[in-house]
Design a protein around this ligand. Structure first.
Ligand code: ADP
Length: 503
């Protein structure tokens, strides 16, 4: 990968212009630097070079942003707007994402490292679709009328109904693996429900979220309703999670930081939704169509460089087909073209940062020390940028850290199993996580039996990593609280008020 320019030559004039401007943050409708004036460097993961600087927000900036969101919620026009007007603004954000799709895809690929083809087809389209989907809900958030019996007031009559009201000021904290899409998952429902928000972007990948904030302004989101900050976890995320004027925190990131968020939010019992880590089992039964299962299992782990909370990172293959499947997956892994995200022929990009590269490399070393064998991969590619070979580990045991912990890189562990029995189900569920899972089979009865017993928020059957704005996504166990997307996500941002009237 020597001599790569990280794909910079491929950038459009609009993206170049965006990158050349100083990166500020959005507070109360105004773009401004951090109060301290501090900035931090943003890197191109394809070659480690600096692509820009972002504002290093801290407690003071968080306070300004939260106060702006509080004022916009309590006094601003946002809540007085009709649901239809609000829905139209949310819809327009989706339209504008499509209008600027190519620029957003390029920014995303440059900042995060992901292949441009993926950024175009997945991140940008899904982000637009999320806003379009959510916009439809704005006019359909309804309470109900409820017949009361009240046994201790015989003969009295009541009219009772519920109202669904926005929860208030929401602090949102997102990670770097799908920077634009995670911002969309969070902002779509928060705006639709009439809340106001302070969104903290991930320090590794602030670019597309800042561009999205401009788009939201262009779509007509009023000043103060959306405030967007850049900064690190401790100085910026932590004070947001603890701020007394914030009603609710929505967090996506590691389970470890999720637990810190719970602590930070606990002193005033803020409402919380959490979308956390995973170590998802992907199970291939011996009746599976291997033309679907083999590429499916490979993409389940290697998509987005394995940096997906839902990645199919623990593969279970029935004994009879184990050798054939492993051959196929190893071949698929070796055939993946790894390169800078902005090169249109790239199928897998670099990991997002030096820190992430070191983390994943540490797991590979610990696996090797524990006796795991790399059927393929396991090594760095080149000496610039954070490129790692797609890796398949075999001979792993249940005790090993590579088997139990979320690696968040292109590394899958593969183990055989004899029968679809209780032991397989125990092994599949034997992790602290419960985010996603996969089944490859052609036997409908086995599929349904297995799907009901997997302790995971999503079960993909004969497919993997299929996301849709309408389909709820979230975790059992330590993978989280609440759901993103679909009608379910609205619950994260609404309070239910019961109104009871004596007639
Ligand atoms: P990852 O391991 O994927 O980088 P993290 O959970 O570390 O994920 O980070 C996800 C988001 O949480 C980022 O925006 C990061 O800045 C933020 N974050 C990290 N530490 C804290 C913290 N102590 N409090 C609040 N936010 C944090």
């Amino acid at each position: 990968m020597d001599g790569n320019d990280g794909g910079l030559t491929a950038l459009s004039p609009a993206v170049r212009k965006f990158l050349s401007q100083p990166k500020q943050v959005l507070i109360n409708g105004k773009w401004q630097s951090a109060q301290s004036g501090k900035t931090f460097e943003v890197f191109n993961p394809a070659n480690g070079e600096i692509i820009g600087h972002a504002a290093a927000c801290e407690k003071d900036d968080v306070d300004l942003a939260v106060r702006a969101a509080r004022k916009a919620f309590d006094e601003g026009p946002w809540r007085r707007m009709t649901a239809s007007e609000r829905g139209r603004i949310v819809w327009k954000i989706g339209d504008l994402i499509l209008k600027y799709a190519e620029d957003l895809a390029q920014l995303e690929s440059l900042d995060n490292g992901k292949p441009i083809a993926v950024a175009r087809a997945a991140d940008v389209l899904l982000a637009a679709d999320l806003f379009h989907y959510m916009a439809g809900w704005a006019t359909k958030i309804e309470g109900s009328t409820i017949p009361l019996s009240v046994p201790y007031t015989p003969g009295a009559e009541y009219h009772a109904y519920t109202r669904k009201e926005p929860i208030g000021v929401v602090g949102q904290i997102i990670p770097w693996n799908f920077p634009l899409l995670m911002a969309a998952w969070k902002l779509g429902p928060v705006l639709t429900t009439g809340c106001t928000v302070v969104l903290k972007l991930a320090e590794e990948t602030p670019m597309s979220g800042l561009r999205l904030a401009e788009i939201c302004q262009e779509a007509g989101v009023p000043d103060g309703v959306l405030n967007v900050l850049t900064g690190f976890g401790e100085p910026c995320g932590a004070p947001l999670a603890a701020h007394p004027l914030v009603d609710k925190i929505a967090f996506t990131g590691s389970t470890e930081v999720g637990k810190l968020i719970v602590k930070a939010a606990s002193h005033d019992l803020k409402k919380l939704s959490l979308e956390l880590g995973g170590k998802s089992p992907n199970i291939i039964l011996d009746d599976a169509d291997l033309d679907i299962a083999i590429p499916g299992a490979a993409s389940a782990i290697f998509f987005n460089q394995g940096q997906c909370c839902a990645a199919g990172s623990r593969l279970f293959v029935q004994e009879k087909i184990y050798d054939k499947v492993m051959d196929g997956i190893a071949k698929a892994a070796r055939g993946i073209k790894v390169g800078p995200g902005l090169d249109p022929s790239t199928q897998m990009g670099p990991l997002v940062s030096q820190i992430q590269f070191d983390r994943v490399s540490g797991f590979l070393k610990s696996g090797a020390d524990d006796g795991a064998k790399a059927l393929t991969g396991g090594k760095r590619i080149g000496d610039r940028g954070y490129f790692l070979e797609p890796t398949v580990l075999v001979d792993t045991t249940e005790k090993m850290s590579v088997y139990q912990d979320e690696i968040f890189g292109p590394v899958v562990t593969a183990t055989p199993f004899k029968e679809l029995d209780d032991d397989l189900i125990r092994r599949a569920n034997d992790t602290v996580f419960g985010l996603a899972s996969g089944i490859y089979s052609t036997n409908a009865s086995k599929i349904h039996r297995l799907a009901s017993r997997l302790r995971a928020g999503t079960v993909w059957v004969n497919c993997y990593n299929i996301f849709d704005a309408a389909l709820p996504f979230g975790g059992y166990k330590q993978s989280g609280w609440g759901r993103e997307m679909g009608q379910e996500v609205l619950k994260n941002y609404l309070e239910t008020k019961s109104v009871c009237i004596s007639l």
